[in-house]
Design a protein around this ligand. Structure first.
Ligand code: NAD
Length: 263
């Protein structure tokens, strides 16, 4: 068993997700060693709790790492993707609102390094995607509406998770519509409603805190580092055989299978 902690770069370290990642990584130093925390602006302190901090403008000079975890904004994505490609290192990204050209760059880079982008790193949302696809398959002709609610600081709408749920619904034959609410400090809620004649089904996921995303991203980082180049799914990397069997999509969820779309 490998006892050396994984060397992690956290990109977007001063943000809500970045702070959760730093806190959780510090709770398990046997598993993860944060060798660089990258913030958009020059850091007030060069070293915080033993973690070296760097400004985004200093990205080229960060020490060697095994995997970068990026939860920043679309404008921060290209440099961290370029860094991972240049260094031959893995990248886990949860940054949403990427432009089509950025998605294409991600796919192109996956020929050189292992990459994983996911709109949502929670186990519950992965299950919700399965349920939505099954419901859509079973309910042809029903209306499908996805309502997502987030805190007032969230920039992109609909959320990346809502769009991924919409892809699941579309795979099942539905034609999803979207509505977005920005209110208070809501971490993230997604309601998928199927409405027919005289009846409705509502499938809901509520995130209570950001740790679910940060924990999922750290686990994904552990499993991604050192793999063959490719675009990996969070579902494929995170879930064990029992979970896969329970959900019933063994082929799609086989661990470590690179895929050509977005999870
Ligand atoms: P936030 O606004 O709190 O933090 C964003 C961070 O990115 C800040 O630290 C900011 O300094 C940094 N940043 C911005 N521009 C940058 C640049 N050019 N270079 C380097 N760093 C830059 O946002 P947040 O709530 O932490 O969310 C971050 C991203 O993660 C968003 O895109 C959000 O939608 C997404 N998100 C994804 C998941 C998931 O599970 N996939 C979960 C939560 C949030």
């Amino acid at each position: 068993m490998n006892t050396t902690p994984l060397r992690v770069l956290i990109h977007g370290a001063s943000g809500r997700m970045g702070q959760a990642l730093l806190r959780l990584a510090a709770e398990s130093t046997a598993s993860w060693q944060v060798v660089a925390a990258v913030t958009r602006r020059p850091p007030a302190q060069r070293v915080v709790d033993g973690v070296p901090h760097f400004a985004a403008s200093e990205l080229g000079g960060v020490p060697d790492f095994d995997v970068a975890i990026d939860f920043s904004l679309p404008e921060g994505f290209d440099p961290v993707l370029a860094l991972c490609t240049a260094r031959g290192r893995a990248l886990v990204s949860g940054t949403t609102g990427l432009e089509p050209a950025q998605r294409q760059a991600l796919e192109a880079a996956s020929r050189q390094v292992p990459l994983l982008w996911a709109s949502n790193f929670s186990v519950g949302v992965a299950v919700l995607n399965e349920l939505v696809e099954r419901a859509a398959l079973a309910l042809p002709g029903w209306d499908c509406d996805i309502v997502e609610s987030h805190h007032v600081h969230k920039k992109d709408a609909p959320s990346g998770t809502a769009l991924t749920l919409g892809d699941s619904a579309a795979r099942g034959g539905a034609q999803p519509r979207y509505a977005s609410l920005r209110a208070g400090d809501i971490v993230g809620e997604h309601l998928v409603q199927f409405a027919g004649q005289g009846e409705r089904i509502e499938l809901v996921h509520r995130a209570m805190n950001r740790d679910i995303f940060a924990r999922g991203a750290l686990q994904a980082a552990s499993r991604l580092a050192g793999r063959e180049p490719g675009l990996y799914t969070m579902r494929g990397l995170l879930f064990d055989a029992n979970w896969i069997a329970a959900v019933g999509r063994v082929a799609d969820l086989a661990a470590g299978v690179p895929f050509g779309g977005f999870a």
